[in-house]
Design a protein around this ligand. Structure first.
Ligand SMILES: *[C@@H]1O[C@H](CO)[C@@H](O)[C@H](O)[C@H]1NC(C)=O
Length: 247
């Protein structure tokens, strides 16, 4: 008798907990039926609908503001130079347009191509090393403009059940590649403020913008991938697979 009562209480408790953990869908998440014959178009509309919420962020749903988007420090080392970029703020990331979207719910593979027309980035840097025997040291602010940025995102997801058997949608492998058609970078206070050499180096960087970009892009893509995977999981994790892709 006592055992049955205990079992019943445990059952009730689990039931209450699992109900409490499934929160209602907020208005900003316009979900699509998994049987929608035009699922890709539906999801594209949902991502457009989400845009204004990404500009301001939605703290109660752990959605950060994309205006600006704050990035982790970038540390690059190579060719005898070590460069650390900190306090990176990206403006314009919420001004995206989705060019292509392909969702395969059978394999849980997602592919999204996004155009970011104009990104303005600022931060601080510290550089130390030698380029062509010239000592390059300095620290200060930097700014950059990037136009025509194409981001190609592929990610996979899992729908493993949680303790109460509810399928949870979780973004797993996230891969982001970016190409930039044009850009301009400016580093302040290079060579501790020697304007002549500082200007020369800034000119050299911009004259070889594509080479410079090719060097730093893997680092940038790596940071962007983990940032966007976390943002994506922050948005979808509170909800079950059945809530996100109802029948
Ligand atoms: C970036 O673009 C803005 C607006 O066009 C301009 O004011 C700024 O000087 C540019 N900065 C750099 C580093 O190109």
């Amino acid at each position: 008798m006592f055992g049955t009562m205990l079992g019943y209480k445990v059952f009730l408790l689990t039931f209450v907990i699992s109900c409490a953990s499934a929160i209602d869908l907020p208005d900003f998440l316009q979900v699509c039926s998994r049987n929608d014959p035009n699922l890709n178009d539906c999801i594209r509309r949902s991502t457009d609908y989400l845009k204004p919420y990404l500009v301001t962020g939605v703290p109660e749903y752990h959605i950060p503001s994309l205006q600006p988007l704050l990035l982790d420090d970038l540390v690059g080392e190579g060719h005898g130079v070590k460069c650390t970029c900190k306090n990176i703020k990206v403006f314009g990331a919420a001004d995206y347009s989705v060019k292509y979207i392909n969702v395969d719910l059978a394999t849980l593979e997602f592919k999204v191509d996004i155009l970011l027309p104009h990104l303005y980035v600022e931060g601080t840097y510290e550089v130390d090393g030698k380029v062509l025997l010239l000592p390059v040291t300095g620290s200060g602010g930097w700014q950059g403009n990037f136009t025509g940025c194409d981001a190609s995102v592929t990610f996979t997801a899992s729908t493993n059940p949680d303790a109460s058997g509810v399928k949870q949608f979780h973004i797993e492998q996230f891969d982001l590649k970016v190409t930039v058609s044009n850009g301009y970078l400016h580093f302040e206070n290079l060579f501790n403020g020697d304007k002549t050499i500082g200007d020369l180096v800034n000119q050299a960087i911009n004259a070889n913008f594509n080479v410079f970009l090719r060097e730093i892009m893997p680092l940038v893509e790596h940071t962007l991938s983990s940032t966007f995977r976390d943002i994506g999981n922050g948005i979808v994790n509170p909800f079950s697979y059945d809530q996100l892709f109802p029948m």
